[in-house]
Design a protein around this ligand. Structure first.
Ligand code: 4NP
Length: 159
């Protein structure tokens, strides 16, 4: 099983949406049952909380099932997961701060590195935004996850 962890700051807006959309997409591919995912936050503000209402709304709008309880990233996660996907550069720095083995660094990627449209940017934090910003995050994740799934297929499961 390939294990993927999506990481943002609060684990209530971006990364639970990434996890839900990734799981939804994987179910429709030959990777189903071979890849799993989880999400977490670098911060501890919302531990135990459900995803933000606006994240649930945009997921529901696109028929993506979403269910997650917020948890905080631990150094153990860097051993347990094969891919650690950071939403932005600040998340990336905080993840690498917990990486205590050289091999851990190789697991950490910026989510938008897989965005075919613009792979130099971040998944912007929508927390202080509204429906428009959450839709933008959805669109970015939709593209980035498609690119990431192609990468996983080619690397681990060539047909
Ligand atoms: P997320 O968004 O990192 O995408 O979950 C945020 C959620 C909460 C906060 C910041 C960003 N906060 O400061 O509470």
């Amino acid at each position: 099983m390939i294990k993927v962890l999506f990481v943002c700051l609060g684990n209530i807006c971006r990364s639970p949406l990434a996890e839900a959309l990734f799981n939804h997409k994987i179910k429709q591919t030959h990777l189903a049952g071979k890849v799993s995912s989880d999400s977490c936050g670098t911060g501890d503000y919302h531990i135990g909380s459900q995803p933000d209402k606006r994240t649930i709304h945009v997921a529901t709008l696109h028929q993506v099932p979403i269910k997650h309880a917020c948890r905080q990233l631990t150094s153990q996660d860097l051993s347990d997961f094969d891919y650690v996907m950071a939403m932005d550069k600040s998340n990336c720095r905080n993840i690498l701060f917990l990486a205590n083995q050289p091999t851990h660094h190789d697991k950490v990627f910026l989510m938008r590195a897989f965005d075919k449209l613009d792979n130099h940017e971040e998944v912007p934090d929508p927390y202080h935004g509204g429906a428009k910003e959450f839709q933008e995050v959805y669109d970015i994740l939709n593209r980035s996850l498609d690119g990431f799934i192609v990468f996983l297929k080619e690397r681990h499961f060539p047909e």
